[in-house]
Design a protein around this ligand. Structure first.
Ligand SMILES: [Zn+2]
Length: 361
């Protein structure tokens, strides 16, 4: 596989362009973050939460980043934390165990709620996808998750009178390929080219759109991601959102993982070889499908950003990419069986569409 000479993105990554040294545009565009520090984070949280029962609320998935933040906010910054776990119906058992044990250990109040949007739409989406595989629509398998998560989080915050919400988003995480696959021109900008692109992919497989409620969830999911609707709603409710890894503290993978192992006794999910997104079973399925239709997945983007950010060398990244991208096939079979989708049939359909890639390096 031919890759950028600096990061590990393959040269057929959407929107990639290389210079004479073979370095890609994503490497050139990367800018290291500027962080205001832990003291400022604490001060901003306390300023915005003045007078409320909790200093801060956090959406707590039991995955790596939110587990670290629960520890960091409660133990390191000494804040009164309300941890809110929203089960999307596909959380791994390990993740639920982590959530309870971490909340217990740090004396953090934990609220567990469930939403059903993903359980409704995922089996329908997967059946539609497996009949006519399309790499761009892999991310849409999870429609309803983000929408249900946000909606339920804000409800709980209102009930408990919390006013500051912290999230675990990190600047090293975004993967531009997911959006670029939809656009008519991968480097196009603006919402129109995206909306037209999404519609053209959906219309090629009408099974996605025959169910009106499923389409409602689809629409709300994209509104949750791109629209200003939620920001306005948050303002109205008096909730402010803070992303510590964007503005305050550096997302340092080694530090986060060591802290979790040593201080928080956090366990790695048994279903995946990476600590990333071990909180949701569907993340593994998407990783598997991206890998076998595109040759790369979300891990490739994160690992490339770790190189650009100076956290690992390109050699370490290459050694790691095959290992972290692999997802045990038995696990995918099991998830598909529960959903009523035949694994072999799906792989056959991927092959028939000339999309199947055997990834060996
Ligand atoms: Zn690059």
């Amino acid at each position: 596989m031919e890759r950028c000479s600096r990061c590990i993105l393959p040269l057929d990554y959407p929107g990639i362009e290389t210079d004479t040294d073979g370095t890609c545009n994503f490497c050139h565009e990367f800018e290291p973050g500027h962080y205001q520090g832990a003291e400022k984070l604490k001060a901003d949280i306390l300023e915005r939460s003045k007078g409320s029962k909790y200093d801060v609320a956090i959406g707590f998935s039991g995955g790596r980043d939110s587990s670290f933040l629960v520890y960091y906010l409660s133990r390191v910054l000494g804040l009164k934390v309300l941890a809110i776990t929203i089960d999307n119906g596909y959380m791994s058992r390990d993740a639920i165990d982590n959530v309870r044990s971490i909340a217990d250990e740090f004396g953090v109040e934990l609220v567990i709620r469930k939403h059903r949007y993903l359980e409704y739409s995922f089996p329908r989406n997967l059946k539609a996808w497996s009949r006519q595989p399309d790499p761009a629509l892999i991310i849409a398998l999870c429609n309803g998750c983000r929408f249900g998560l946000r909606k339920t989080l804000y409800q709980v915050m209102q009930e408990y009178g919390a006013r500051v919400l912290v999230d675990g988003a990190s600047p090293l995480e975004p993967n531009p390929f997911k959006e670029k696959l939809f656009r008519l021109n991968p480097n196009g900008k603006g919402k129109l080219s995206l909306v037209v692109g999404i519609l053209s992919h959906l219309l090629r497989n009408p099974r996605w759109i025959i169910n009106p409620y499923n389409m409602y969830i689809f629409f709300m999911e994209y509104a949750a991601f791109y629209g200003k609707h939620y920001e306005k709603k948050l303002q109205k409710q008096g909730i402010s959102l803070i992303s510590p890894f964007y503005n305050y503290i550096h997302w340092d993978e080694k530090f986060i993982e060591e802290t979790l192992k040593n201080d928080a006794h956090w366990t790695l999910s048994t279903q995946g070889v990476s600590t990333w997104r071990s909180d949701c079973l569907l993340a593994f399925l998407k990783g598997y499908l991206h890998k076998h239709t595109l040759g790369y997945n979300e891990q490739s983007g994160l690992i490339s950003n770790l190189i650009r950010d100076g956290q690992i060398s390109r050699e370490e990244a290459l050694a790691r990419v095959t290992r972290v991208q692999s997802v045990p096939e038995e696990y995918i079979r099991e998830l598909l069986e529960k959903t009523g989708v035949d694994f072999n049939q799906m792989v056959d359909n991927i092959k028939k569409a000339n999309l199947y890639r055997e990834v060996t390096e």
